[in-house]
Design a protein around this ligand. Structure first.
Ligand SMILES: *[C@@H]1O[C@H](CO)[C@@H](O)[C@H](O)[C@H]1NC(C)=O
Ligand SMILES: *[C@@H]1O[C@H](CO)[C@@H](O)[C@H](O)[C@H]1NC(C)=O
Ligand SMILES: *[C@@H]1O[C@H](CO)[C@@H](O)[C@H](O)[C@H]1NC(C)=O
Ligand SMILES: *[C@@H]1O[C@H](CO)[C@@H](O)[C@H](O)[C@H]1NC(C)=O
Ligand SMILES: *[C@@H]1O[C@H](CO)[C@@H](O)[C@H](O)[C@H]1NC(C)=O
Ligand SMILES: *[C@@H]1O[C@H](CO)[C@@H](O)[C@H](O)[C@H]1NC(C)=O
Ligand SMILES: *[C@@H]1O[C@H](CO)[C@@H](O)[C@H](O)[C@H]1NC(C)=O
Ligand SMILES: *[C@@H]1O[C@H](CO)[C@@H](O)[C@H](O)[C@H]1NC(C)=O
Ligand SMILES: *[C@@H]1O[C@H](CO)[C@@H](O)[C@H](O)[C@H]1NC(C)=O
Ligand SMILES: *[C@@H]1O[C@H](CO)[C@@H](O)[C@H](O)[C@H]1NC(C)=O
Length: 488
């Protein structure tokens, strides 16, 4: 097992703790193969008297690290725990991290959550103040401009957890960044090392948040792209395709290795579809990339975009995701979790007249269920723009608008930031579009969801450079809230 190196900074002990009130997964000590991984934990920094262990240490052939997964169970809801991931109980205070478990379902305490989609690596391997030749100047950061990771770090007090619903790190941009003269050129064979270094750099950068917040993830196309979406090297007249794929990029391999979402306890599948409760909200992550069911082929599956991504379904059971979604929605106890919020990487409904960016088959399979079960809010990304729509069903806007609609409300924010910057909105915008920002006027940003009570939910678009809210809208649902129930 020698020859495997720790990830870039050698400092990344412990992160990424998908939450559930009674359990917490820790990805500990990337970089070391451990026959037994241990996490020391407790209710205060100086009393890490409990130890959780596992022998789950996973990697793949082109990886430079191991992912050691440890599950801690028997935790209280809404409680801050401290932990130290180490094979040995030796620590300095800088090695001690913390997380706060989710609020019990039915706890009506107001809270906020942060959401990002399409967030890439920042700095010298990704989005920074310079870029490769074809990237326009509006897409780079201004000197001193705070990026989205900086903004989230400076806002830790403002959200309970971070939900990153697809396109994590953009490590597959390595080849594009080389062809555009941003990174030094390597060979295709040497690309795996560059790919892995970008992934590890991203995980290190995210420690600013994951050292104390739960980080929930879902699949986007760049977790499976192998060729930077059909990159052409004009100098050598080569258009790359999936023949250059390396193992970390195929079949979501890196994504499957690094994360552990709570699909086992929500009957979902891997990091692809799952649900969890937090206070008065039931959150659902969907997979818009594969496994759409009803005979539809997901946009990342083999044969759809030739040469882009050639992914097999992640669950062999026929219609597994759609069957799960209906069962999950039908089981929601709205007296405990009146709000149901769904995120899936690609937009389920047309945001703009941009057929490239939407997923018509996602609409066909998911929208009927989102309508039938009165889902309140649906979030997506993929298009690197911000677009807030009216609540709508089957392309028709709800006549109630945000005042007690019966249709789901749709918001796309793919403007968290990555090497390639932002996209233009297509014109004309759909009549049900309420607010839009694109490359001409957008800023890198994240979403803040504020759940006040069972009737009021506010969505804020937060500009990363100055933490200013550039768009805010509140959804009202006429329903009777159950008695306010405080946690323990
Ligand atoms: C890992 O631990 C489980 C029990 O927790 C055991 O069944 C399994 O054999 C172990 N695997 C290895 C490779 O040691
Ligand atoms: C890398 O190769 C591309 C063409 O394939 C070229 O345009 C670029 O300048 C090269 N970059 C470096 C740093 O050599
Ligand atoms: C949790 O960790 C963060 C990051 O290190 C730190 O800022 C925060 O104070 C810690 N929380 C508590 C309650 O100690
Ligand atoms: C580029 O390659 C294609 C075949 O892949 C060839 O048809 C074309 O003529 C080449 N173009 C140039 C400018 O060499
Ligand atoms: C993806 O995984 C499937 C097994 O699920 C395998 O048959 C296929 O070869 C894999 N594709 C690639 C490109 O590795
Ligand atoms: C596939 O979905 C079924 C339920 O439809 C579930 O029982 C099974 O665990 C899933 N498979 C994986 C690999 O998660
Ligand atoms: C969408 O764009 C197409 C052309 O690309 C145009 O024919 C059509 O009218 C547009 N639809 C709307 C609703 O703007
Ligand atoms: C931003 O620019 C786009 C056109 O590119 C326009 O559709 C949109 O309304 C503008 N947004 C604001 C808030 O001005
Ligand atoms: C719910 O929160 C909103 C926003 O703070 C407030 O205006 C409203 O009065 C609250 N409703 C109840 C029933 O507490
Ligand atoms: C914050 O940044 C945005 C986007 O660059 C800008 O439109 C806005 O005016 C700024 N607000 C303040 C208060 O500086």
């Amino acid at each position: 097992m020698e020859g495997k190196k720790r990830s870039s900074q050698g400092e990344d002990d412990g992160q990424l703790n998908p939450m559930l009130s009674t359990r917490q997964h820790i990805t500990a000590l990337p970089g070391l193969i451990l026959s037994s991984s241990s996490v020391y934990w407790g209710l205060s920094k100086d009393r890490l008297h409990n130890v959780a262990m596992s022998n789950i240490s996973v990697t793949y052939s082109t990886s430079t690290t191991y992912n050691n997964h440890v599950l801690i169970s028997g935790l209280w809801p809404d409680t801050t725990y401290f932990y130290h991931p180490s094979p040995l109980m030796k620590s300095t205070s800088t090695d001690i991290f913390n997380f706060t478990t989710s609020r019990r379902a039915g706890d009506n305490t107001p809270f906020s959550a942060a959401v990002v989609i399409d967030l890439g690596t920042m700095g010298s391997l990704g989005l920074t103040t310079s870029a490769g030749a074809p990237v326009t100047s509006t897409n780079i950061l201004r000197p001193g401009e705070k990026n989205t990771i900086d903004s989230l770090e400076s806002s830790l007090a403002d959200f309970d957890f971070l939900w990153h619903a697809g396109n994590i790190a953009y490590a597959d941009y390595w080849l594009k960044e080389e062809i555009q003269g941003f990174l030094p050129n390597t060979t295709i064979q040497g690309g795996a090392a560059v790919y892995e270094s970008i992934l590890n750099e991203f995980y290190d950068e995210m420690m600013a948040i994951t050292a104390s917040k739960s980080y929930m993830v879902g699949p986007g196309n760049h977790e499976a792209n192998c060729d930077n979406a059909g990159t052409t090297d004009k100098a050598h007249n080569i258009t790359y395709d999936s023949s250059i794929c390396m193992q970390g990029q195929t079949n979501f391999t890196g994504f499957k290795n690094h994360f552990r979402m709570p699909s086992d306890v929500s009957s979902g599948t891997g990091n692809f579809w799952y649900s969890f409760d937090h206070g008065m909200v039931h959150f659902i992550e969907l997979d818009t990339e594969t496994d759409l069911g009803h005979g539809f082929i997901g946009p990342d599956q083999t044969g759809v975009f030739k040469g882009f991504t050639d992914v097999d379904p992640v669950n062999a059971t026929m219609n597994a995701q759609i069957t799960w979604l209906e069962a999950d929605l039908a089981a929601v106890d709205r007296s405990k979790t009146p709000w149901v919020v769904v995120a899936g990487y690609r937009a389920v409904t047309n945001r703009y007249n941009n057929t490239d960016d939407t997923c018509p088959t996602c609409k066909d399979v998911f929208e009927p269920l989102l309508i039938k079960y009165n889902v309140d809010l649906v979030l997506s990304g993929h298009s690197h723009v911000y677009g807030r729509l009216a609540p709508l069903a089957e392309g028709k806007e709800d006549s109630n608008g945000l005042e007690n609609p019966t249709s789901p409300w749709y918001i796309t924010n793919g403007a968290a930031g990555h090497y390639d910057g932002l996209d233009p909105l297509q014109s004309p915008r759909q009549p049900y579009s309420r607010f839009g920002l694109d490359t001409t006027n957008a800023t890198y940003s994240w979403n803040r969801l504020i759940f006040y009570n069972c009737t009021h939910l506010t969505h804020d678009f937060v500009a990363s450079n100055n933490n200013t809210v550039l768009d805010s809208a509140t959804l009202f649902k006429a329903r009777t809230c159950s008695e306010r129930s405080e946690h323990h």
